[in-house]
Design a protein around this ligand. Structure first.
Ligand code: ADP
Ligand code: ADP
Length: 219
């Protein structure tokens, strides 16, 4: 099963993907997490991506498509029932390249989850986000605090704030989303695979809506 997860920055994609990946035995592939790992390791790709990420712009399509093709190929070899793609595709060109790559392998996108959150909520969600540098789990200082302040519940690592989670970069990321990523809602709407979920409500409520959709797909 191939699931895509669309939504603006800070909508709650990563938070929900962690849960869905555990529950449905899916491999969670977050393009943002993969890029941050490349940066940490100092690879060529990480260096090329750096200035785009720091300013809230998108990394060029050809770099992202090559990176994600490799990750999806590697995930297909693992013992999971599918993949959930978080943060990819983010442009029409990326979506078309993904469709083509899947067609070449006799595969297709099964469902596109679109997490809808009002713009005025996103800035507070992102500036209050704290993430685990080891496992990527996201917390929020008010809405989803860890059990011990600043320590990851899963692996005990000290939480960090992403360098691009500042108010100025957040505004640029939201603008980038509306210009380049929101058109994908129509693209997948026409394909008949799109399911939109209200992400303005508390985390557990969003999880219930998403689970109801995936339970329906598994039946
Ligand atoms: P994304 O991956 O879409 O950028 P995250 O999952 O990292 O978003 O969530 C952004 C921030 O908002 C995190 O701090 C997270 O704890 C918090 N958050 C996620 N979902 C909700 C929600 N439904 N209500 C309130 N806060 C949320
Ligand atoms: P968010 O929490 O805003 O959804 P991500 O962690 O998904 O952020 O992405 C962080 C940054 O990584 C983006 O602002 C962008 O620079 C880069 N990035 C991630 N995914 C993509 C993609 N599919 N295409 C281009 N750039 C990407």
């Amino acid at each position: 099963m191939i699931i895509l997860f669309l939504g603006p920055p800070g909508a709650g994609k990563g938070t929900q993907c962690k849960f869905l990946a555990d529950r449905y035995r899916l491999r969670h592939l977050s393009s943002g997490d993969i890029l941050r790992r490349e940066r940490q390791e100092g690879t060529d790709l990480g260096k090329q991506a750096q200035s785009y990420m720091d300013s809230g712009r998108l990394v060029p399509d050809d770099l992202i498509v090559a990176m994600m093709r490799q990750e999806i190929g590697a995930a297909a070899d693992g013992e999971t029932s599918g993949v959930i793609l978080d943060g990819f595709p983010r442009t029409l060109q990326q979506a078309q390249a993904l469709d083509q790559a899947l067609r070449d392998d006799d595969k297709q996108v099964d469902v596109v989850l679109n997490l809808d959150v009002d713009d005025d909520k996103l800035e507070r969600r992102i500036t209050g986000r704290r993430s685990c540098p080891r496992c990527g789990t996201a917390y929020h200082v008010d809405f989803n605090p860890p059990r011990r302040a600043n320590v990851c519940d899963r692996d005990g690592a000290a939480l960090a704030q992403r360098s691009d989670d500042t108010a100025a970069v957040v505004r640029k990321r939201i603008e980038t989303y509306h210009q380049q990523t929101a058109p994908l809602i129509d693209y997948y709407g026409h394909q008949g695979t799109l399911q939109t979920v209200d992400g303005n409500v508390p985390i557990e409520q969003v999880t219930r809506s998403l689970s109801a959709i995936l339970d329906g797909c598994n039946r």
